[in-house]
Design a protein around this ligand. Structure first.
Ligand SMILES: *Cc1c(COP(=O)(O)O)cnc(C)c1O
Length: 355
């Protein structure tokens, strides 16, 4: 027996108490239909071009920054690239929150706002979305004291709806000189007209999160972006790792952001929207489906008579969905990522047969 010492008590108290993010991969499952992580169902065909690996990479590779700036309709100075959108969430908290500041977010929403805050030892305040999944602005305003960062996800994960533009603008007005407003646009590619990117010039405290994990079909790459004023980008540059982007990631991301790559994004988006419509129409015919919520993204939230039964029945058949039963206000709801036409057909068939 060499090492029986318990070191648990040596870890920070907030880490001892932390429930880590329940990622789709961590939750496991077995099967061949994976509709639980909002990934694109097929991979783009990319090959490494870069052959030099002995040198450290460019911290902010120009081809990636310029390519994404062009795609997003902003200047390269407005773009920071990081290890997925998730790293952006953490960078913002680390750069802006003192130990006694708070982070505010509006459940049901993306789980990483809470996990990253708790990891950093930052208090969280929650102001639930309204019954129609919109911001409760008066309640947010009442809770702003001590809040340094507000996270809003639009389209919201897991509900699928957009947050009203007028409400986001009101939130930005309300927080001037007080807090950073982060608008998480991970799913913007599926509804590009709704972006707040054109508001960056008006609001120096606005940060927008983007990713290549969804419509770019590159979740395995781990590449995301923050869009903000050069001043805010400069603050995040101070806390980001020295070389956040591996050479192969920068190489493949630059290719994905070429004109041809962007055309493929548009084809994927069209494909998802078409398959989403078909899936909704077929689910509407299922007797155990209670409600299908409006979606502007590559997933739909569905309420069932007994979601636990449906989830488990499909799980046992190798069809893995994302259970939302425990999310605030989402009892009996399951989130279903839009898959290939074939995968969606299997899902509907299994739901029809489910007890
Ligand atoms: C997928 C996702 C992200 C970022 O994902 P990365 O893979 O880390 O780029 C951020 N926010 C939301 C709401 C997401 O669904």
């Amino acid at each position: 027996m060499l090492n029986t010492t318990n070191i648990h008590h040596l870890s920070r108290k907030n880490i001892q108490a932390l429930t880590p993010y329940q990622s789709a991969r961590r939750l496991g499952g077995n099967g061949d239909v994976w509709l639980n992580a909002n990934e694109y169902p097929t991979s783009p065909d990319l090959n490494l071009k870069e052959r030099i690996f002995n040198r450290y990479p460019d911290p902010q590779p120009q081809a990636v920054i310029e390519g994404y700036a062009r795609y997003a309709g902003v200047a390269p100075e407005n773009v920071l690239v990081s290890r997925g959108g998730d790293e952006s969430i953490e960078l913002i908290i680390r750069a802006f929150c003192e130990a006694d500041d708070a982070v505010l977010y509006c459940p049901p929403t993306y789980g990483m706002y809470a996990v990253s805050s708790e990891t950093c030892g930052i208090t969280t305040k929650t102001v639930p979305l309204t019954a129609d999944f919109q911001l409760n602005l008066p309640e947010i305003e009442r809770n702003l004291n001590g809040v340094k960062v507000v996270f809003v996800c639009s389209p919201n994960n897991p509900t699928g709806n957009l947050i009203k533009r007028s409400d986001l603008l009101e939130l930005l007005q309300m927080t001037v000189n007080r807090a950073i407003v982060v608008v998480d646009e991970a799913y913007t590619d599926f509804c590009p007209e709704a972006t707040l990117a054109n508001e960056l010039v008006n609001f120096p405290h606005l940060a927008i999160i983007r990713t290549l994990s969804k419509a770019f079909a590159l979740a395995g790459l781990r590449c995301g972006f923050t869009l903000a004023t050069p001043e805010l980008i400069g603050i995040l540059q101070k806390v980001i790792a020295p070389y956040p982007l591996p050479v192969p990631v920068a190489d493949l991301a630059a290719q994905a952001l070429s004109q041809q790559g962007i055309e493929q994004v548009q084809q994927r988006v069209n494909n998802v929207l078409e398959n989403r419509q078909k899936l909704i129409e077929n689910l509407q015919k299922c007797p155990n489906v209670v409600k299908i919520f409006e979606s502007e993204a590559n997933y739909i939230l569905v309420k069932f008579k007994d979601s636990q039964k449906v989830f488990k029945t499909l799980w046992e058949q190798g069809i893995v969905l994302r259970d939302q039963h425990k999310a605030l206000g989402l009892s009996d709801c399951i989130r279903i990522t839009i898959g290939t036409a074939e995968e969606n057909r299997k899902v509907v068939e299994a739901i029809v047969k489910s007890p």
